[in-house]
Design a protein around this ligand. Structure first.
Ligand SMILES: NC(=O)c1ccc[n+]([C@@H]2O[C@H](COP(=O)([O-])OP(=O)(O)OC[C@H]3O[C@@H](n4cnc5c(N)ncnc54)[C@H](OP(=O)(O)O)[C@@H]3O)[C@@H](O)[C@H]2O)c1
Length: 306
C-alpha cells in the first residue's frame, strides 16, 4: 500500500515510518524542513517537504504521492503553544483531509487524544461524548480536537465536503486514534524532556500542570505502541479508538514512579482533580488485536528512561 505519513519526524512519526516500511508499504513522509525530509529518507521512506498550513503546497505533495492511506501524526507542541497546536488541528487537518480526498485516498488515520472526554465515572469509552461544555482554556483544546475528529470521521456536519463519496462523508474510512499521554523517546517525559526539566525544578512552561494533581487520573501510552496502533489501524473499521495502556492511574501513583525513573525527587503532592481526569479504556483497541508492548507505565517509565 502507498502510505503518506504527515508528521514523519515527530515522536510517533519517526517510529511509525520504519514500521510501515518493514511491513512492505511504500512510504512517503513529510517534514517542513529539508533536514527533516532527509531524516525521513534515512528511515527508508521518500522524504518530502510540506507545511500543513500551506493548503496549495500540501495538495501538490499529497497528489504526487497518490497515497492509498494518509496517516496524520501532525502536532505543533515543540513550543508548548496550545494556540499553534489548535490551529494545526483545525486548519492542518482540514487541508490534509481535503488533499487526501482530492487524491482519491481511501483511508485517513489521525492522531487525537484520550483526555478530551466529558466528565464521567471510570475510564472513558469511545461512545462517550467529548467535553464540549468545558470551561476555558480547556474548551479551546476540546473544540480543536472535535474539529479534527469531525474532519476525519465525517460525523456531525463537520466534514463539510458534500462530495458524497470518499472522506467527506467518510464514516467508513476515517480512523481516529485517541492516544494517551505519550511517553518514551522524543517526548516530554523522556530524560532531558520538558517534564523531566519541570520535575527537576527548572523554569519553563507548566508541562505537568493540572495533570499532576494528586487525584487526577490519566492514561499513558508508549510512543512505540502508539506507532504500532497506527500501522494496525490501516485495517481497522472506521471510528475513534482509544490507544492507551492498561492502567489509568492517579498522579499520586504514577508521578513518583516517573520521578524515580528520571532520577529526580518526586514533587510535593498537589490536591484536587477535575471530573474529566478519568483515563480511558483500551478494550476496543485490544478487541481489534492491538497489544501494547508496554501495558503499564510502571514498567514503561523505567525502561524508557534507562
Ligand atoms: N498524546 C500526547 O500525549 C501527545 C501528542 C503529541 C505530542 N505530544 C508531546 O509533544 C512533544 C512533541 O512531540 P513531537 O516531536 O512528536 O511533536 P512536534 O514537534 O509537535 O511535531 C510533530 C510532527 O508534526 C510536524 N509538524 C508540526 N507542525 C507542522 C506543520 N505546520 N506542517 C507540517 N508538519 C508539521 C513536525 O514536522 P517538522 O517539525 O519536521 O516539520 C513533526 O513531524 C512530545 O514531547 C510529546 O510528548 C504528546
Amino acid at each position: 500500500m502507498r502510505v503518506l505519513v504527515a508528521g514523519a519526524t515527530g515522536a510517533v512519526g519517526r517510529l511509525l515510518v520504519p514500521m510501515l516500511v518493514s511491513a512492505g508499504h511504500e512510504v512517503t513522509g513529510t517534514s517542513r524542513s529539508d533536514a527533516g525530509a532527509e531524516r525521513v529518507r534515512a528511515l527508508g521512506a521518500r522524504g518530502v517537504r510540506a507545511d500543513a498550513l500551506d493548503r496549495a503546497g500540501l495538495h501538490r505533495v499529497v497528489a504526487e504521492a497518490a497515497p492509498d492511506a494518509v496517516v496524520h501524526q501532525l502536532t505543533d507542541l515543540a513550543g508548548a503553544d496550545g494556540a499553534a497546536n489548535a490551529r494545526l488541528r483545525r486548519e492542518g487537518t482540514r487541508n490534509l483531509v481535503d488533499a487526501a480526498r482530492a487524491a482519491g485516498t481511501g483511508r485517513v488515520i489521525a492522531q487525537s487524544i484520550s483526555w478530551a472526554y466529558a466528565p464521567g465515572t471510570g475510564p472513558a469509552e469511545e461512545g462517550e461524548p467529548l467535553d464540549i461544555g468545558a470551561e476555558p482554556p480547556r474548551s479551546g483544546m476540546v473544540a480543536a480536537v472535535a474539529e479534527l475528529e469531525e474532519a476525519v470521521l465525517g460525523f456531525g456536519n463537520g466534514a463539510g465536503t458534500g462530495s458524497g463519496t470518499g472522506i467527506g462523508n467518510g464514516a467508513d474510512i476515517g480512523v481516529v486514534l485517541r492516544y494517551g499521554m505519550l511517553y518514551g523517546p522524543g517526548t516530554w517525559y523522556a530524560p532531558g524532556g520538558a517534564v523531566a526539566a519541570a520535575l527537576a525544578g527548572e523554569p519553563g512552561p507548566p508541562f505537568l500542570g493540572s495533570l499532576a494533581a494528586d487525584d487526577a487520573v490519566g492514561s499513558f501510552v508508549h510512543v512505540e505502541d502508539a506507532a504500532a496502533a497506527a500501522v494496525a489501524a490501516l485495517d481497522w473499521p472506521a471510528g475513534p479508538v482509544n490507544v492507551v495502556d492498561d492502567e489509568p492511574a492517579a498522579a499520586r501513583e504514577w508521578l513518583p514512579v516517573l520521578a524515580g525513573a528520571l532520577g529526580v525527587p518526586a514533587p510535593a503532592p498537589a490536591s484536587g482533580a477535575a471530573g474529566w481526569q478519568r483515563g480511558a479504556s483500551n478494550a476496543l483497541a485490544r478487541s481489534r488485536g492491538w497489544r501494547p508492548r508496554w501495558p503499564s507505565w510502571r514498567t514503561g517509565f523505567p525502561a524508557s528512561a534507562a
